[in-house]
Design a binder for this molecule. Structure first.
Ligand code: NDP
Length: 246
């Protein structure tokens, strides 16, 4: 289904990004597995893709660094000739109440989640415009739509991702490029494994389907948005949240 396509997935060493990388590769895409610190885990993702008959490469890049992203994307284009699919998945949390939140914690989350998404889109969109085709998929969150006590920085970053997605969708539509966001609910990964039991219980009470999500369920949505079949869908926010937000 994605044979001949080149995909870049940021933050693909773990969790949702890892599942998206595996899923795109199993659909036939060549996948660039980006990581920041976890080189061994990124290498493991590449090895799994290859063991399953796919092809991948790993690239270190801190997406919060504009220059680093420019070099990363240019290197990928130089090496593989094109980028058909960009998935902006890299993300962090630094939770705390607004009144106590440090400027550093606010900036770090915005710089990674929102500016990181801008950085890669900035460079990849130039290439996609030349190609007159492309798919960009950005990871937002239910929290970017509803807000969440203790996550002012994270909610602001994820709401920003939605605005960025819709604007880029309008700008790039005439060039045959679609830009969509996925808003996951509560997905079981390293990011949520650190949450206290009380928070887990309160989240579960808000999920009509009655279970936490799995990274593979988000990956299915990403694979759909990356596919030919989704060619008439742009500027949308697809919720993968067990019905948390409707
Ligand atoms: P994890 O914490 O499990 O993994 C985060 C990934 O992001 C890692 O691969 C990490 O790389 C990478 N990363 C972090 N900072 C950077 C950076 N500066 N540059 C490059 N890569 C970076 O997160 P999840 O899998 O849970 O989340 C993935 C995305 O989905 C995030 O954007 C998150 O906000 C969003 N999301 C998650 C939800 C959930 O319930 N889990 C719900 C809603 C949205 P490394 O390992 O190298 O550090």
């Amino acid at each position: 289904m994605l044979e001949g396509k080149t995909a870049v997935v940021t933050g693909a060493s773990r969790g949702i990004g890892r599942a998206i990388a595996l899923r795109l590769a199993s659909s036939g895409a060549f996948v660039v597995v980006n990581y920041n610190g976890a080189k061994e885990r990124a290498e493991e993702v590449k090895q799994k893709i290859e063991a399953d008959g796919g092809a991948a490469a790993i690239y270190q890049c801190d997406v919060s660094d504009y220059g680093n992203c420019g070099t990363f994307i240019q290197d990928v284009i130089k090496e593989y000739g094109k980028i058909d699919i960009l998935v902006n998945n890299a993300g962090v949390t630094r939770d705390g109440l607004l009144m106590k939140m440090s400027e550093e914690d606010f900036d770090q989350v915005i710089d990674t989640n929102l500016k990181g998404t801008f950085h890669t889109m900035r460079f990849v969109s130039r290439q996609m415009v030349k190609q007159r085709s492309g798919r960009i998929i950005n990871l937002s969150s239910v929290v970017g739509v509803t807000g969440n006590a203790g996550q002012a920085n994270y909610a602001a970053s994820k709401a920003g991702v939605i605005g960025l997605t819709k604007t880029a969708a309008r700008e790039l539509a005439p060039r045959g490029i679609t830009v969509n966001a996925i808003a996951p609910g509560y997905i079981e990964t390293d990011m949520t494994s650190v949450l206290p039991e009380k928070v887990r219980e309160a989240s579960m009470a808000q999920i009509p389907l009655g279970s936490f999500g799995k990274p593979e369920q988000v990956a299915s949505a990403a694979a759909f948005l990356a596919s030919e079949e989704a060619g008439y869908i742009t500027g949308q926010v697809l919720h993968v949240d067990g019905g948390m937000v409707m």
